[in-house]
Design a protein around this ligand. Sequence first.
Ligand SMILES: [Ca+2]
Length: 556
Amino acid sequence: MAPSITLPESPPISPPNGYQGAAGFSTPLFPAKPNVLYIMADQLAAPALAMHNPKSQIKTPNIDKLAAKSVVFDSAYCNSPLCAPSRMAMVTGQLPSKIGSYDNACSIGSDTPTYAHYLRAAGYETTLAGKMHFIGDQLHGYENRLTPDIYPADYGWAVNWDEPERRLEWYHNSSSILQAGPCVRSNQLDYDEEVLYKSKQYLYDYVRRGQDARPFCLTVSFTHPHDPYTIEDKYWDMYEGVDIDMPQVPRMKEEDQDPHSRRLLHVCELEGHEFTDEQIKRARRAYYGAVSYVDDCIGQLLEVLKKCGLDENTVVIFSGDHGDMLGERGLWYKMSYFEPSVRVPLLVSHPRQFKARRVSQSVSTLDILPTLVELVGTKLVPGLPLDGVSMMPHLYGGNGHDNVFAEYMGEGTIAPMMMIRRGSWKYITCPADPPQLFNLSKDPLELVNLATSSDEETQAVLQAFEQEATQKWDFEKITQDVLIGQRRRAFVWSALQKGRFESWDWKGDEDGRTKYIRSQTPLDDLELKARFPTHQNISNGLAPPKSMKKLVGPAG
Ligand SMILES: [Ca+2]
């Protein structure tokens, strides 16, 4: 019997991408698998963004240009309108209650597979630059982490449903609106400048590694345009002379708000504040500037991809963790299921694989994991729980799913608050509050709660959703799980603060001894390896591609 042999993989059939032959090294030939650049913004309200709303005043030339050649999802949602639960659902493809990610201080199991595990197992180098709000384990499948997180990695921000009336000191408050305006520098600018620099440097380093490089999956996660509403003059000044639009739905009287919105006014310390039009416009202007800043960062990243010859074989995904109410109905920040808070931007760009198109079906960010798994040609591990559904049919223009589930168990609510979004409908249910039902096709601003409608057909829709929610969620069990989780973390956190404090925040592992000019590396070798593309005079004699001629000097 002939011995079984494994044939080597066929060489790639696509033409080489990159600067082949210009010198003794080059970018890799088209790897069989595309690279992935996943860019995230924090608190970026999809309905405010020009790529989803042609009437938007926000200047985003780079995102618009990218969107024009992308598959754009016009009805994409986060699965929890709060930072950490949304991100944990996104990285794991599972709903927050399934992985115990209830608020901004929950650790998820290090044995819970993330898209980083899946892509790493499939041969990718998985790298994170920026924010992910992991508690405890700071990697969860990422091989490299280029920056620390901007938020604490500990249990300090746990919610306490045992004392729902108590405002905790780290909650949002109205200062962000009252102090809105330009700045020279902020904590967030310190952070995102590092994220941008390290991400660009990663791509420059990657392209100089040559043919040994595995395909990359680089997640670049900015903290802007998250509040506080302040941004450097350059971006503030972009809106000089623009009459910043006011919220579409003016501030509602407290008694006209639904119970959850009333609680949010208290939690965010907004009750009793009558912001002037000027204050509201300044906050929105700074936010618009911060979005333009993110747009600028995205433009720089895409420029580096292009200059390095990596653009054609890199799938670019752009999304966010939740939105911002921006004064709509008198609400600010997130934690709400109204559209500005719960909808996120989403696009996927890979023009050689997917034609530019718009998708109107509702999807959510937990669909990203199964989509990525399929995109890179690997397989889900059978027998493991997963709530996400692949968006590949949408990307190819076929009939994809139209279904979103979301869960909210963080500050502001006093019981699990769940949402189902399907077709024209958005249904919200919470054991503590009356249900809400909106028809977004007819009522995009969500002004009429149809749950109280006497119309028979509408009542049938409501009852179907109620039945579905009762079957899907065991509200009593989830409430108990949340309470136990809160109490457990409150106790553990109080103990961990006694005596020697061991931080879980990411320290970084950058070693200056292996960078730049060092005695152990011959200088000529170092300069040769560091220069991209390599100069003609030290090339292997092959002509550089046309696009490189201007870079390699007159002889090139
Ligand atoms: Ca966030």
